[in-house]
Design a protein around this ligand. Sequence first.
Ligand code: GAL
Length: 371
Amino acid sequence: MKLRKIYAVKLIIAGLMAIPLMVHAQAKQFTPGAIWPDNNGVHINAHGGGFLYQKGTYYWFGEHKIAGGAGNRAMVGVHCYSSKDLYNWKDEGIALPVSPDTTNDIAKGCILERPKVVYNKKTKKYVMWFHLELRGQGYKAARAGVAVSNKVTGPYTFVKSYRPNAGFMPYYPDGTPDNEKVDCTQPKNKSEGFFCRDVPGGQMARDMNVFVDDDGKAYHIFSAEENFTLDIAELNADFTGHTGKFARVYAGHQTEAPAIFKHNGTYYLIGSGTTGWDPNPARWFSAKSIWGPWTYHGNPCIGPKAELTFGGQSTYVLPVAGKKDAFIFMADKWTPKDAIDGRYLWFPVTFKGDDIEINWMENWDLNVFNN
Ligand code: GAL
């Protein structure tokens, strides 16, 4: 009799203990390269991601990929997640769906990559930029696409896609030597040739990011000139178009996957080389003005596979809200044969004076920023 009672009590306790296990276990650290379950227990599907922080919540926008090689094309759209702590992410659904209309710029089966969302305080609208390749044309179109929404999680309405800055020549900061300026009557090399070819129709725009400066101005950073050169281009007041003011950065050296941030008045840019889905060494740059001159510094990564960006490619650098000197470097570990299985590599940015390092870590949490 007594034994039975103890057994019954034990069963009740075991039952109570199982309840929290049925709810999702809360993550308390980052494990780079691991499967990362969302609130439904499904691996987060937001590749080439961009982030927006608003009133205590982070939003993560990225390419929704499907299984297999078909997942390298946009079959669904841009996926959005939200989080209060950066470890645990809630599925907010598809923020920008692709169109079933095959004649639409963002038709299902197009290539829609690296979506980034910024908030415009004047218009009170959320503006999403992305790299767009028209359906059935491979990577030929090289366009920037833009969509807007009144609500952060969407749905976003597609506005237009085009090649930026048609008819404009680059802006040069004071002191730029004349021999560094492009003269389209005499292009000096291959990349200037591509630049001049594209002046009438606008510059090619592939891998990209968007950055909002402290003064509220926004910039679109993209791989132009057949990926030979990065352009940093000013967006207009409502963030939905280009003003025609832009600088060419690290011209002719083939940089992709730009991620930009600002720390103590210095602008930092991290990018990759151009080897498609295969990883290559990261590279970083710094500048005192967004217009440059930008100084090249080489690879910031340290640790196993540092010469391959730990197997990934940069996508974003996120300032952690409320913490000083706290920035997270974010990269994609692409799996093009089964696109949906792509993993996320997040690491803290370490400052050494004005220099930066990115150190490999097996796992880590935000307490690294408390030291
Ligand atoms: C990468 C680029 C990706 C994707 C891929 C296609 O270099 O960063 O966003 O475009 O090439 O091969």
